[in-house]
Design a protein around this ligand. Structure first.
Ligand code: GLU
Length: 267
């Protein structure tokens, strides 16, 4: 295959170079390895990835075009705490499925979008400290025969969202039920309302938002997982994580965090 030793050596060297380049993300390596905190300061803007379909956390108000919720108010307060008025917060829509990709290709600087911290995700992104504690539950039409996990048997259908921990957990906790996955929470709730499934599963805090929107639905069976929310940043940005944690702590110390939380989340 190789004419002589030299060509063979050259082939080895060039394939090693290609491998190294691929490991660094190819031609993009310079841009993608840039420190995100430095870039935020340079560009005087921080782009938060937030939900547009999740009442109470991140929901686009069709009459104003504004996105509203706990994640929005918290990220705004964090940006102000970290940078004062020097850096402008901006918002881009993410879904459970798209948030890690958008973070890693640099389209957003931080995900503040009902995202559970877990070991699997820690392989791909870095997380701040916990900023909210949720737990997975079930939403059903009032009067439904389903009262909890134990009623999810063969022949029942549960609706979930792609890329969520809920879709993974429910398969483990109710292996007999059929799981149907949707792109986002608006689609999943519409599907529940049009009887495409017997229950919808995700975090209790998100389900409370749906029950508030349509009180003919209710949560049943309590919570069956722990879903601690964290802010995710691109892996390797320790300084940014530290700054976010510092800001989160001062918002908690000053009472601002509680003020924001009680505006959206009723106990
Ligand atoms: N907290 C869960 C998760 O991170 C469910 C909510 C969501 O889909 O964002 O997957």
């Amino acid at each position: 295959m190789f004419k002589n030793k030299k060509t063979f050596k050259m082939a080895i060297v060039s394939s090693m170079a290609a491998l190294m380049l691929a490991a660094c993300g190819g031609g993009d390596s310079k841009e993608s390895s840039k420190d995100v905190l430095a870039q935020i300061k340079d560009e005087k803007k921080i782009v938060f990835g937030v939900k547009h379909d999740t009442r109470l956390f991140g929901l686009k108000n069709p009459s104003t075009g504004e996105v509203e919720g706990f994640d929005i108010d918290l990220s705004k307060a964090l940006a102000e705490e970290m940078f004062g008025s020097d850096v402008k917060p901006e918002y881009k829509e993410v879904t459970s499925k798209t948030r890690v990709g958008l973070l890693n290709n640099g389209k957003i600087d931080a995900v503040v979008a009902t995202m559970t911290i877990n070991e699997e995700r820690k392989k791909e992104v870095d997380f701040t400290d916990v900023y909210f504690d949720a737990g997975q539950s079930l939403l059903v039409k009032k009067g439904s025969k389903i009262k909890g996990l134990e009623d999810l048997k063969k022949g029942t259908k549960v609706l979930a969202v792609k890329g969520s921990t809920s879709a993974v957990n429910i398969r483990e906790k109710a292996p007999e039920t059929q799981v149907l996955e949707y792109e986002n929470y608006a689609e999943a709730f519409t599907a529940l309302k049009s009887n495409k499934g017997d229950a919808l599963t995700t975090d209790d805090a998100i389900l409370y938002g749906m029950a508030e929107e349509d009180p003919s639905y209710e949560l049943v069976g309590g919570t069956f997982t722990e879903e601690p929310y964290g802010i995710a940043v691109k892996k390797g940005n320790k300084e940014l994580v530290d700054e976010l944690n510092k800001a989160l702590k001062s918002l908690k110390d000053s009472g601002k965090y509680d003020e924001i939380k009680s505006k959206w989340i009723k106990e």
